[in-house]
Design a protein around this ligand. Sequence first.
Ligand code: C5P
Length: 314
Amino acid sequence: MRSYRLIAPAKINLYLEIIGSRADGYHELAMILQSIDLSDEIDIHAASTENIRVYCDHPQVPTDQTNLVYKAAALMAQEFPRAYSNFGGVDITIKKHIPVAAGLAGGSTNAAAVLVGIDLLWNLGLTQSELEEFGASLGSDVPFCIGGGTAIATGRGEQLSPLQSLDNLHLVLGKYRSLEVSTPWAYKTYRQQFGINYIQDSEGLAARTSAFHSEGMVKAILNQDTGKIVQELHNDLEKVVLPAYPQVLQLRELFASQTGVLGTMMSGSGPSVFAIVESLTQAEIVKQRIREAISDDDLELFVTHTIKHGIKIV
Ligand code: C5P
């Protein structure tokens, strides 16, 4: 086949705990990541030239070498020079539905789709764990986005342990279109304010990571206990993002006050906020009420749900 179309789902963080600093400058994390139905579409075509070209009509998405999608294709060309010279370059078109710079791994999932797409296009026959390894060199969330579903993510976020899927949990998600939170800023600010509490020694970090595997949120997911899941929602980055972005705090509080909302949390480094609701009908009602309460066109609202897959070929 000379072209593939891939579905690239967004993710939310049901849990994000910052444990300490790493020697590579990143943070040691304990997270639960969850794929959601809100997805981009990636078309990947074999090009007649050697070029890697990225097309996207979204004004906030660059199409040059800074796009993670471009970097993913360049990485594959570098790793597999023979396939690259046999098959040539690629044309990649991104149809954006996932809000940009939102804490939803939009760029990471697009890059994950390109790794999967080029593997198919060039007949490389890579395993999921080989693809995840390439993904980890592009960004901490890329490995998860390949397989998706529900998973514990530790280390930088790239070490994955799959969990029983949380399929069809209903969600409403909000993001101010023009509001972008820089992930490096969020982690840097967290380190400045809370670094004093970090676990310092490597044994302590390892012990915290392994304890996490038997704790509240993991158990709640294994038991498919929505009531417990919503009690265990946690995101350390809220401590720095919410005070700095009052609009995000207001949206979160508004979600929390709605009938039918079981729990609410910011995703990743924000600024998107999601609410877990009882049913699809409740989700539509909550979306409507938020729209009435905040009549700002800049606020995008989505009704979506959790899914059990990552990158999918259509
Ligand atoms: O890995 P990724 O490129 O998505 O990370 C973006 C930024 O977020 C990093 O440059 C770093 O500042 C911060 N980060 C971190 N610790 C992690 C993941 C991300 O400090 N585990």
